[in-house]
Design a protein around this ligand. Structure first.
Ligand code: FAD
Length: 371
């Protein structure tokens, strides 16, 4: 098979790797399909999903509901559970055959394993952990205008080496979140990006799109010899992980609970329960071992946009804000009135959380009882 990743004119269409586990599509896939639709429209090309699994036709149509034009479906018992060898072979063989211009992969544990393997094998570039993507130049400049302090009116977005206007601009936090870096892959294709779960907005489901989407079943070669590892059993962790990304209300705790750790977490849980939400945390609370890592919000944790985000004893470091600043309503409780979290809070309460939170809980209960 002839494949030359440097012959960029031979590549067309936007692809999304569609991640399923045990026949259930991962929510990130729908976010990426929605974002991929936007990019495909900007380029005037088609959006394709690529879905490896076993007996996964039933879930493939859903992808059309979020904007996919076509889905390449690969069914095999060898693809039932993720293995690097099998999935990398399917993905790379498909890329070499159909030559997509852009390939998006969710930055899940599986995506973070699969994407670099494929990028190396395909001899192309990969920008990991992106939080923003653009092809369209006006959209990108607008993103900079609203999301940075760059003077976009005097900045010249040009390069002698490549066409800035047609290349995918992949933006991700750099230097510990103090800078946002935009990366371009001008010389090789596909331009590959892993994208953080929870960052891209899912479009509303369109039943007509799900009807319309074309499912393709290309022939492929995959044998047991291609797979160096074999999954014998999948054992789920006994502990239920907190679903921060799907939550409407998050009550997060930070180092401010230090004087009574168990009491502080119990207060956050009580408040979250009153509001039908879940408990999150800053990295300081996670690193101290007060709460497990699946609760962490921020640059190296989860990116969330709930309806209500309550920060208890969290200073508002840039890396924490990176994961929650798009919440619809932010409420902060902090005893330091100069804490940076108040700069982005819709409601700020200056005070000791151990006094404020019981009062909030009592007020909520009184309100409910009065109804
Ligand atoms: P602190 O900054 O110590 O703030 C504690 C706050 O609690 C203070 O503002 C204090 O006034 C207040 N307080 C104290 N007692 C009380 C009380 N009784 N009542 C009310 N308020 C009180 N951080 C994240 O959160 N998420 C990330 O994903 C993340 N990723 C990172 C990645 C990198 C590469 C780096 C370098 C750092 C990262 N961090 C991350 C760490 C981040 O820089 C901060 O150190 C961290 O967010 C601080 O957590 P905090 O706000 O809980 O603690």
């Amino acid at each position: 098979m002839e494949f030359n990743s440097a012959d960029i004119s031979a590549f067309k269409n936007v692809w999304v790797f569609c991640e399923q586990r045990q026949g259930v599509m991962m929510p990130t896939t729908f976010e990426l399909i929605s974002e991929g639709r936007k990019l495909a429209d900007e380029l005037g090309v088609e959006l394709w999903g690529i879905l490896p699994g076993d007996d996964v036709d039933g879930i493939a149509r859903e992808l059309g509901g979020y904007g996919a034009d076509k889905v390449l479906v690969y069914n095999s018992p060898l693809l039932k559970n993720y293995t690097t060898d099998a999935y990398a072979k399917i993905l790379c063989d498909a890329v070499m055959t159909y030559k997509p211009e852009i390939l998006l992969v969710g930055a899940s544990n599986i995506g973070r394993d699969l994407a670099p393997r494929c990028a190396a094998r395909l001899h192309t570039g990969l920008c990991a952990d992106c939080t923003h993507l653009d092809v369209d130049m006006d959209g990108y400049v607008n993103f900079l205008r609203t999301g940075s302090n760059l003077d976009v009116e005097t900045t010249r977005f040009e390069s002698k080496l490549f066409d800035v206007r047609t290349n995918l601009k992949m933006t991700r936090p750099a230097f510990g979140g103090h800078l946002m870096a935009t990366i371009v892959c001008p010389r090789f294709r596909p331009a590959m990006a892993t994208v953080r779960p929870g960052v891209m907005k899912r479009r509303p489901f369109d039943a007509a799109g799900a009807e319309r989407v074309e499912l393709l079943h290309p022939e492929f070669s995959l044998s047991a010899e291609d797979c160096k590892t074999q999954v014998l059993d999948v054992v789920k962790a006994a502990r239920k992980l907190v679903d921060l990304i799907g939550a409407d209300v998050i009550v997060s705790v930070g180092r401010g609970i230090a004087k009574d750790i168990e009491g502080g977490i119990a207060l956050a849980e009580e408040l979250a329960e009153e509001l039908g939400g879940v408990v999150g945390a800053s990295r300081a609370a996670v690193d101290a071992g007060w709460i497990s890592a699946d609760h962490q919000v921020g640059q190296t944790g989860k990116t969330v946009h709930p309806k209500i985000y309550i920060a208890l004893g969290i200073s508002g470091a840039i890396q924490h804000k990176a994961g929650m600043q798009d919440s619809e309503c932010i409420i902060a409780v902090n005893k330091n009135e100069a804490a940076p979290i108040f700069e982005i809070a819709d409601y700020g309460i200056v005070g000791d959380l151990f006094q404020v939170v019981p009062e909030l809980i009592a007020a909520l209960r009184a309100e409910k009882a009065a109804r």
